[in-house]
Design a protein around this ligand. Structure first.
Ligand code: FES
Length: 148
């Protein structure tokens, strides 16, 4: 049965009517019209759908709507709105090609940078968020510049 789930999206209160088991990704892209979070594998492997939950990166395709009730969800739209320094670094390093993977990478890396994680820890955490276009080395260079 559908139920109203209330949570905070990029700092603003929102409510979504949906099945408790519905992936958060579908709520973000559908009811909430936040299309920056991408659907890739749909199974928690590729990281294209990465968002933050109370500041911790999670895959929105494997996070049920019921799990975010009362909590804080952050998406790439929030990272862009706060003008995170990683955005400018990615542009400086020309680290975007097709751009499909970039919202997940940006969201995860920005969260880990904000937590004060070391460059090697962030790079290891991005193992699953691989840029298949070939820009991955430039992405890692941009992250290293900001995290150092
Ligand atoms: Fe691949 Fe969610 S879409 S991890």
């Amino acid at each position: 049965m559908k139920q109203a789930v209330e949570f905070y999206l990029n700092g603003k209160p929102v409510a979504v009517d949906g099945l408790p088991s519905m992936p958060l990704l579908f709520a973000l892209r559908g009811a909430l019209d936040h299309k920056g979070t991408r659907l890739g594998c749909g199974e928690g492997h590729c990281g294209a759908c990465t968002v933050t939950l109370d500041g911790v990166p999670v895959t929105a395709c494997t996070t049920p709507l019921s799990a975010v009730a009362g909590r804080a969800v952050g998406t790439v739209e929030g990272v862009l709105a706060q003008d995170h320094p990683l955005v400018a670094a990615l542009i400086r390093h020309q680290a975007g090609q097709c751009g499909y993977c970039l919202p997940g990478i940006l969201t995860k890396a920005a969260a880990l940078i904000d937590q004060g994680r070391r460059v090697d820890e962030i790079q290891a955490a991005l193992d699953e968020n691989l840029c298949r276009c070939g820009a991955h080395a430039r992405i890692l260079a941009a992250i290293a510049e900001v995290a150092s």
